[in-house]
Design a protein around this ligand. Sequence first.
Ligand code: FPP
Length: 244
Amino acid sequence: MGVPAETASPPGAPQHVAIIMDGNGRWARQRGRPRTFGHRAGVEALRRTVEAAGDLGLRYLTVFGFSTENWTRPPDEVNALIDLLRLYVRMDLDRLEREGVRVRIIGDRAGLEPDILDIITRAESRTAANTKLFLTIAFNYGGQCEITRAARRLVADVAAGRIAPEAIDATAFAARLDTADIPDPDIVIRTSGEQRLSNFLLWQAAYAEFVFLETLWPDFGRADLEAALAEFRRRERRFGAVVS
Ligand code: FPP
């Protein structure tokens, strides 16, 4: 991202929440159902969360939908996850557009199927003028991959004489990430009790507050989002400085 830490939102007023939506598989197993059942319930939780985020006045919501590592899952599950992006955009795009949500997809687009690329372009272009809530879906996303692609862009820009090596700083680097014009997350929430970043927003989460919840993602709703925001308000953010 491009907004330096000192310009992030003041304490108590988070503007950007990022979520690792974890626990779909366990939620399904608890019910004796296939993992894909959990992912479908996960889409319902995403719907509830987008609505709650808008109601609670958040400006940016970023969710981890499919990681560059998820390709190693069984092919049926990979296909189901990709299908869910198709389904989500097909079913929800009209409503998102109407309700002022701007949709962005971040991640590596190389190698994605043409129809997925088409869906991504359509979702982004149809909502491009919206400003109420910026919903970013990380799809085929990995933080290391994103940083590597940014480094490649930077090297290409140096080679083409667009930027001098001495001019490379954190701002120049962040401007070449997928999240270029999105402020850094104030909070990263991970559900299901796991306490890892799993390659999500590695650069951008430098000063994020982490909130780990036991709730499995399909059970997540407004109350959990409010609990995470309340936890954030109890934290003291110092951005590397000391508070006297
Ligand atoms: C982690 O749960 C969840 C995922 C890998 C996918 C998240 C996807 C959704 C919530 C569906 C909505 C997605 C889009 C793109 C609209 P897990 O399968 O790792 O659960 P487990 O840790 O319990 O096995």
